[in-house]
Design a protein around this ligand. Sequence first.
Ligand code: MIG
Length: 822
Amino acid sequence: MEDLNEQSKELNVNAISQQVEEEPIQHLNNPVANLKPIVKKYLTAVRQVVTDGNKFYFSDGDARVEIRVVSDEIIRVRLAPHGVFLEDFSYAVPKVDQKVTLFKLEESESFYHISTNTVSCNVRKSDFQISFTEIQSQVVMNEDQSPMHWEENVDFGGYYVYATKTCMQEENFFGLGDKSGNMNLRGRHFQNWNTDAYSFGWDQDPLYRTIPFYIGVHQSLAYGIFFDNTFRSYFDFGREDASKTSFWADGGELQYYYIHGPHVMDVVKRYQSLTGTHPMPPQWALGYHQCRWSYYPEKKVKEIAEGFRSRNIPCDAIYLDIDYMEGYRCFTWNKKHFPDPKRMIKELGSIGMKTVVMIDPGIKVDDNYWVFKEGKENNYFCRRSDDYFMEGHVWPGRCQFPDFTNPKVREWWGGLYKELVDMGVAGVWNDMNEPAVFGSGTFPNDVRHHYDGHRGSHRKAHNIYGMQMVRSTYDGLKKLMRNRRPFTITRAGYSGMQRYGSVWTGDNIASWEHLILGSIQCQRMSISGVPFCGTDIGGFSGEPDGELFTRWIQLGTFSPFMRAHSAGDTIEREPWSFGEPFESINRKFIELRYKLLPYMYSVFWEHHRYGFPILRPMIMLEQEQISNHYRQDEFTFGDKILICPVLEQGAVSRRVYLPKGAWYNYWSQEVLQGGSEHQISAPLDEMPIFVRAGSIIPEYPVMQYVGEKKIDEVILNVYYTDGEVNSFLYEDHGDTFAYEQDIYSEKKFNVKGDASTLIIAQSVEGLYTPNYETYSYNVVGLPFQVQSITIDDQEVSDFSMNENKELRFKSDKKFSEVRITG
Ligand code: MIG
């Protein structure tokens, strides 16, 4: 009898959970609500139009819609179900309006059209359907399949808000930031709710970060939608119904930006113009970082640091995970393990190793602990709806949590780093800020937040919590470090998080599947506005073998953020842990990273200054080719270097698709023609890398850490082309904000070649002068015998061809034109 009961209970539970899964509206905290009929209200017919500058208000008599022309290519839509808009406040978009050349409102028989010189937003009079058309081609890029709708939320107030779009034929979808699984999102359903997703799997959702921005591509044209809503939100790309793409949220405003392309690159740049780019990181942050949970005591930390130096494996930073603290109390030190942290940090610094420390949000409830006391006295901790403190268990035991959505709290928290900065700590790592709580997962919904004066419950603030924590960390460090650039890394975040620091993909697993996944995740983050991203090299949990670790180091060499990390219950994992041949190969690739430092730093500048993503998937290079909508195992770093990671155990070669044009195999310098696939050899010590013909790749000498050596000359690797290509070299102080005052040097190299000449022209912008005086050239692939080289009309006699048929010579860094003739 009892057994049967148990069984039927289980069956019921399954039935309910299945129902919940299929039903898009999840009243998770109120099972009764699931039984209520769902009453969705839709916009009806347009009755009234009011114009106010770049804003247009349409009403159906009750609900109102605001359509705002943000720029020539960006249009924002907002819905107010009973005519009253919410306060216009966003953590993601600091400033909405941009430059608009022209816009106008026109009326046709069935529509109102609000158009700029590139796009037109059309509102159908009969049913309020909204669509966007590219003016030039008249292609409908995006359209409502049903008008915007909503449902009253009786439990919390406000509305569940919905937008349902037509999923175009052959339309594919990309972006959404922190998602697992394949790059192309068509046919899938997603949810945004920042989650501590330890050992996450392929297709697991949600993960740590919320970036409600996607890119749609059809008829070779691209556009983006940014649904700026911090509540739990959902996206469905033709899964529920193949003809529909929809997005909705559990509260807040139905507010989204339509961002026109026509190229994927344009969409990303424009999304970046709304939400900001990453500030220039300190140059050392582009080096190799070594992490583990945890290196302690001091002796161990030094042994690791010295291990790099004695083996000549470059490394710039070592991380202290939670165990450096006293009982996991943030801003304290375990004096037994670290008796004199300031001295230790200084000693590490003397061999070029920077110290990065972890800081979590949970503050131990302990009246003898100054951080807790200050937070309590000033009322800085989050509270529940009935005024109780939000309490939860994390590493220190019972904790309370600062409300980082309160500007006063951010200011206070930022100041708490003073002692760490005075000790010489170079960077801060913010973890557990989804926020994560043991057992329950996160805060309950009723926790209250300041939300910068636009208060709300945790339903509204959850997805923004981590971003506001790292914001407070970044701003605090920036103040304390005076004019030096802070380095920060966060686990959780929301759109715009890139303004405050870097990110890693969280607790991955030491498996080949996760190597593939990590590569996709970094590309996806990159096209979703978060460029400075990396995975735990080697996998956080589980044990990689030497081959997997080495293949991961190779991928990591071309991850914007390069750090090895591992969980405490695994075997130690430094680049030398697996012996030979792995140690030598790991060294070779880490050295390659340091050689390419001036290139990578320049790519970072292109991101910061112009909004270009750092990693660019194939869809971004050739979107008109449908097969590229499915390619996810290769990408370019900047626009010159193509990376084809080896993602398969035992592989000694792999298929590589080369985009159109000529490409040099980095290892053999063989030239291959693009527009097709090639089988490329890939022994363990060679991951396939290609350089676009016509590129100039600047190179520094190998250093054990950034700044170890005075740079006497910069090597310019010139790859011959029979066309014309521009390359850039960006340099500055490396760790100050002087670049904001134009104290930088941006060099543009124009390479032009034909059957008997190669001309390199240089132009320089900015007020910074690098210390070195010369360039040393390494010209690859010349199709002719060199007869003469002139630099600014002066003949050069000192040149040579080496055994690889590379032409070597030098010039003053101030040249304007180098002419090589055959
Ligand atoms: O509950 O600080 O993702 O990188 O080593 C685990 C210990 C907390 C999770 C992070 C991981 C870090 C670990 N942390």
